[in-house]
Design a protein around this ligand. Structure first.
Ligand SMILES: *Cc1c(COP(=O)(O)O)cnc(C)c1O
Length: 377
């Protein structure tokens, strides 16, 4: 065996679709001593994380906690607990992540009814209204609030309103919206929501905050079939995360990752949720002005843009060098931006302004580096 050295990553500025820049404060929290997952001190931390998440999600939902796995597991948890074989689910697809929700519904034995919209445009309220009218026995409506693949915000409040009027549950992907743009579970009537630690919360990847309304819990309790995933079975997870007295062993929580999430949520509550939303918006407008000076325009119409994920059209004369440009940004400027996905590959870049990374410093670095690299091509 050769000898190996400790891994020392070169510091980078992360302005892609996630993970986002992690602050020194969160990195410091991650390195604190590991304690037991049933240690009373850790149980106290879990309770604080739940409270802080209720604040971030704008909800009173008792069942609000982070799943010990990335955002994709949060998506799967919402679907496998709420959807039983034969359940009809209206699923909106206007990018990569809506497509994944459909796959999850199918694997859970549900019947997806698809509402398709163009990538780069929001979910159509009219089409959803029409689909719900056509499928009055739909059990749930699923959609992505902030489509990270395209940089589009859909009108979650209006979509939830339509579902509620029909007594159908809502499953909302808020992986990229939590902490970045207004998200109000109780006011909007969201029933099941999942997010991720590594986007606008700026903690490392690997945790998925979720929240379930009482209506969602009733659906889970009235299931006729067992949840086919042992790990993601809500009732089993709650033995560890909920319960006033005894917490029982379900899995060993990633202790230090929870320190990081907790610290990032403390930072969010110190700043204030509304202030964080405003900061994302202000930084987005600043970046937009700078990009305009470089002749770079947005894919998405202004009123549907996500401040935290700026999907911009690569100028035609640069499209055949787009991978090289990203490579040079990374190697010469230690700056990561995202490529386009699916049909948008080679056509757009995705520039993230998420959480701690939504700062003037990052914007200046990004604009300066892009200008230099583009001029050099
Ligand atoms: C990143 C993302 C996911 C998946 O989260 P992972 O942590 O990568 O599993 C799901 N939905 C959206 C909208 C995302 O941006």
């Amino acid at each position: 065996m050769p000898s190996f050295n400790s891994f020392m990553p070169t510091p980078k500025t992360l302005m892609g679709p996630g993970p986002s820049d992690v602050s020194e404060r969160v990195l410091a929290a991650l390195s604190r001593p590991t304690i037991g997952h049933l240690d009373p001190e850790f149980v106290g931390l879990m309770d604080e994380i739940k409270q802080l998440l209720r604040y971030a999600f704008r909800t009173e939902n008792q069942i609000t906690f982070p799943i010990s796995a990335p955002g994709s597991a949060g998506m799967e948890a919402c679907v496998v607990n709420l959807i039983e074989p034969g359940d009809k689910v209206v699923v909106c697809i206007n990018g990569v992540f809506g497509g994944r929700m459909k796959d999850n519904v199918e694997r859970a034995g549900g019947i997806p009814i698809i509402v398709d919209d163009e990538w780069g445009r929001p979910v159509s309220i009219e089409k959803v209204e029409e689909a719900l009218a056509r499928v009055p026995d739909a059990v749930a409506l699923g959609f992505v609030h902030a489509e990270t693949s395209t940089g589009v915000r859909s009108d979650a409040e209006a979509l939830c309103g339509l579902a509620k009027a029909q007594g159908c549950l809502t499953i909302v992907d808020a992986v990229t919206s939590l902490g970045g743009i207004p998200l109000k579970l109780d006011e909007w009537g969201v029933d099941a929501v999942y997010s991720g630690s590594q986007k606008c919360l700026s903690a490392p990847p690997g945790l998925s905050p979720v929240s379930f309304s009482n209506r969602a819990l009733e659906k889970v309790r009235s299931r006729k079939s067992i949840v086919q995933s042992w790990f993601l079975d809500l009732t089993l997870m709650l033995g560890y995360w909920d319960g006033a007295g005894e917490r029982s062993y379900h899995h060993t929580a990633p202790i230090n990752a929870m320190y990081g999430l907790h610290e990032s949520l403390v930072m969010l509550s110190d700043e204030g949720l509304e202030a964080a939303w405003s900061r994302h918006r202000e930084m987005h407008l600043l970046l937009e002005q700078g990009l305009a000076r470089l002749g770079i325009n947005y894919l998405v119409p202004a009123e549907h843009r996500l401040p935290q994920l700026n999907s911009v059209l690569i100028p035609a004369h640069l499209q055949n060098q787009e991978a090289e440009i990203r490579q040079r940004l990374l190697s010469e400027h230690k700056l990561e931006i995202g490529a386009g996905l699916g049909t948008l590959a080679g056509k757009i870049w995705r520039i993230g302004l998420m959480g701690h990374g939504a700062s003037r410093k990052n914007i200046e670095l990004c604009l300066g580096a892009m200008e230099e690299v583009i001029q050099g091509t």
